[in-house]
Design a protein around this ligand. Structure first.
Ligand SMILES: [Zn+2]
Length: 255
């Protein structure tokens, strides 16, 4: 594992890079070069947990599965206001959907991006803030599936997309830092089952904690949910613009 100092340095470099790219985008827009294509971007919005899987639990009976669904619906509402984005909920109600089903649905419906929404957990008075995860080859446990076949194994679908996922996560961190008064726990690689199995850039956002009274109160406010949704939408718009200009980092064989 990286030392905390190194990890912080990486975050700072990451933020600087994202800041420079964002400034470049603003400049392009100011001189009229920031037009994007009309291609519709399909964004799969995954509300974590559901049904009997309630996720984390807060006081007064509120559960993670309810907050993630409310956030997901709000995000779809905001994304729908962008003409060239077509959002789709992976889970539309309080149903129980396995991680394989979620990945299968996102792949089958040809999503261009996936955003999975979760909450964190804390048992200390320190706020959790938010953390954004992406899958990377360095985090992957050895796969049981041999990769000699020309068909990519089901549990390695994310491999061609992970660098774009990292950029999306970094853009999302930047927008959230501007939009909500919460600290970032960072943009972190993790071997997350769902992310590893989707055939598109994908991130998982852990937003606050129901165990923390102040964060729990914020998370239940529709205005706060809308602010988060707008920040995520802005990050997706910037991501798309950078991607179309070929400014996202090229994929390398290994990290
Ligand atoms: Zn969760």
């Amino acid at each position: 594992m990286e030392s905390k100092a190194k990890s912080k340095d990486c975050r700072n470099v990451n933020l600087l890079l994202i800041g420079l790219l964002s400034a470049f985008l603003c400049f392009q827009q100011s001189v009229g070069l920031g037009q994007t294509s009309d291609k519709v971007l399909k964004v799969m919005v995954d509300a974590g947990h559901g049904g009997e899987d309630i996720g984390s639990k807060g006081s007064r009976g509120v559960s993670e599965k309810d907050i993630t669904l409310a956030l997901a619906k709000k995000l779809v509402q905001v994304l729908e206001t962008v003409e060239t984005i077509s959002p789709e909920l992976v889970r539309e109600d309080d149903s129980s959907i396995s991680l394989d089903q979620r990945a299968g649905l996102a792949n089958h419906n040809h999503g261009d991006l996936l955003v999975s929404l979760h909450l964190g957990t804390t048992f200390t008075p320190v706020p959790t803030g938010f953390t954004i995860y992406y899958w990377s080859p360095t985090t992957a446990a050895p796969t049981a599936t041999p990769s000699s076949s020309t068909v990519r194994p089901w549990d390695q679908e994310q491999e061609p997309y992970w660098e774009k996922s990292r950029m999306l996560a970094s853009l999302m961190q930047e927008e959230l830092l501007w939009s909500i008064p919460w600290a970032s726990g960072g943009v972190l690689p993790a071997d997350i089952y769902l992310l590893r199995r989707v055939r598109m850039p994908a991130v998982m956002l852990e937003l606050g904690s129901l165990n923390h009274s102040e964060e729990a109160a914020q998370l239940q406010k529709p205005e706060f949910q809308e602010t988060v949704a707008k920040a995520i939408t802005q990050a997706i718009i910037k991501y798309r613009s950078l991607d179309e200009k070929g400014l996202l980092l090229p994929q390398t064989k290994s990290q």
